[in-house]
Write a protein that binds this ligand. Structure first.
Ligand code: AVI
Length: 324
């Protein structure tokens, strides 16, 4: 039997976006937070990226989940709750929840900043037997706070941090998310993380600067989103998409580079910002890890690794941990 999703927490308000944009645009180099990629169009563009032949993250993870979901579910024991950070489309949780070895009912808590992604995921999960869906439209920390306040039922909690979402945080940010997650769990709960691995630069460049220009549109849509949300007048055509591999930091960076001098007015902030030709706004980092780094980093947050599976075709790792 399926249940309608329960929705908690209103969306991030304009004041928060305005404060972030004011702060990040005055940093040097200028930045804009990647969380603002994900308005309805941005979420749809991201779903399109996941289907691109050059972006293997989603397919590799789906293959690993299909192949190992029964082992994950068996090791976790009687799962009563699943909490997913950054639920995206809900397809991966669906794959896990449909494992034939799962028993009993499960409450699935989805935490995501994108109302569009949450609505899509709730829809994808609606017909999964013995699964109820609770969506938390929130940043991970706030969503985990809401989740931790829910009454705990008997059984294990399975936490999911998939799609290499951890890669969009720098190392201190990633470690603090892992510690926060651990605090919302109890000993013996399980945690599955999916992480994109370091791979040759040409493959990374095709993934983040694809020949169809979908990733470029995804990057530029950030400006379209801010135009609408903050009454700004960025000209998206005047900013070029740039992706680069920063080897010493082990991250792909995305930037938006002004192709000519740009004077941008942001109404809500009553702010004028001047971009010289060639000046860049840093919009995203995607950190890439080695299998060993993943284990070391997650174990530092009071987890012990139980199993790790690697997809060699696309260079992706799925690792199962137990909370200790
Ligand atoms: C959501 N996140 C893990 C994606 C990534 O690979 O960093 C977002 C993305 N950016 C460009 N392409 C995909």
């Amino acid at each position: 039997m399926s249940h309608p999703p329960i929705l908690t927490k209103p969306r991030a308000d304009t004041a928060r976006i305005a404060a972030d944009v004011e702060y990040y645009l005055q940093l040097w180099p200028r930045q804009l937070p990647s969380r603002y990629f994900y308005d309805a169009l941005g979420s749809a563009l991201f779903e399109a990226i996941c289907r691109l032949p050059w972006y293997g993250v989603t397919r590799a993870e789906e293959r690993l989940l299909q192949a190992h979901r029964d082992e994950i579910v068996e090791r976790a024991g009687r799962i009563s709750r699943i909490v997913e950070l950054g639920s995206g489309s809900g397809d991966k949780l669906r794959t896990l929840a449909l494992s034939p070895v799962r028993t009993g009912t499960v409450a699935a808590h989805l935490i995501d900043v994108s109302p569009a992604a949450l609505a899509a995921a709730a829809h994808v999960l609606a017909d999964v037997p013995r699964l109820s869906v609770v969506t938390h439209e929130a940043e991970y920390e706030d969503g985990l706070d809401l989740f931790a306040r829910e009454p705990r039922e008997i059984g294990t909690t399975l936490a999911l941090f998939l799609g290499s979402n951890i890669g969009n945080f720098d190392r201190p940010g990633a470690e603090s998310r892992l510690r926060n997650l651990r605090m919302a769990l109890a000993r013996h709960d399980r945690f599955v993380i999916g992480v994109d691995l370091v791979k040759p630069e040409p493959a990374l460049m095709l993934a983040y600067d694809d020949p169809l220009g979908v990733t470029a549109a995804f990057n530029r849509n950030l400006l379209v989103h801010l135009n609408r949300e903050l009454g700004a007048n960025f000209d998206p055509q005047a900013f070029a998409h740039r992706a680069l591999w920063n080897e010493s930091e082990s991250r792909v960076e995305m930037h938006l580079v002004a192709t000519t001098l740009q004077q941008v007015h942001i109404d809500t902030l009553n702010l004028d910002v001047r971009f010289e030709a060639g000046e860049a706004i840093w919009t995203e980092s995607s950190y890439k890890y080695t299998p060993h780094d993943i284990v070391t980093m997650v174990e530092r947050a009071s987890f012990r690794s139980e199993a790790q599976w690697i997809d060699d075709a696309d260079g992706f790792a799925l690792t199962l941990f137990r909370a200790v």
